[in-house]
Design a protein around this ligand. Structure first.
Ligand SMILES: [Zn+2]
Length: 162
């Protein structure tokens, strides 16, 4: 079953360590069925702390669904974090880098929605921005500690084999 890394890229100005605000933050993505390749009509959202029963008594997963077309079951799990590989790896830009790794069964991600998640970051001057939200892929604020503008622009995401 494919393990896929969610990689992000962004233009960071006077800010670093971008990551979801909390470990239970939900990520929203567009997904398709691995069997019939139909894209799920709605974006799906789930968090590392969600636990739901997998059909047929096959344990628990962070997310389960059935394909709307072929009805096959699908599920997804965040990779269990370790000391070396935390749940979310803070992003320092500017190139694509892995944010987190998920394992998909019967489904594949085809997109990611930054605007659904609350993020956090730290300014170069050390000020914490604990709850930031993107609007049309952009976020800007003013860092009083550093006396400068801080921003995250041109966010992009991609999925690659982990
Ligand atoms: Zn299907």
């Amino acid at each position: 079953m494919p393990k896929l890394a969610l990689q992000i890229s962004a233009q960071l100005t006077n800010v670093q360590k971008l990551r979801p605000a909390t470990d239970d933050a939900a990520l929203m993505m567009r997904v398709k069925c691995s069997s019939c390749h139909e894209e799920h009509k709605k974006e799906v959202s789930f968090s590392p702390l969600d636990e739901v029963d997998v059909q047929g008594g096959k344990g628990k997963a962070n997310f389960v669904m059935s394909c709307q077309f072929c009805k096959r079951p699908a599920s997804a799990n965040f990779e269990t974090p370790t000391a070396k590989a935390p749940l979310y790896q803070p992003y320092d830009g500017p190139d694509f880098a892995t944010l987190c790794v998920l394992e998909f069964r019967g489904m594949e991600p085809v997109g990611f929605v930054f605007e659904h998640t609350t993020w956090r970051a730290v300014s170069e001057a050390g000020a914490a921005f604990a709850e930031l939200e993107f609007e049309d892929g952009e976020w800007t604020d003013y860092d009083e500690k550093g006396g400068c503008e801080v921003s995250v622009m041109e966010v992009e995401a991609r999925w690659v084999r982990a």
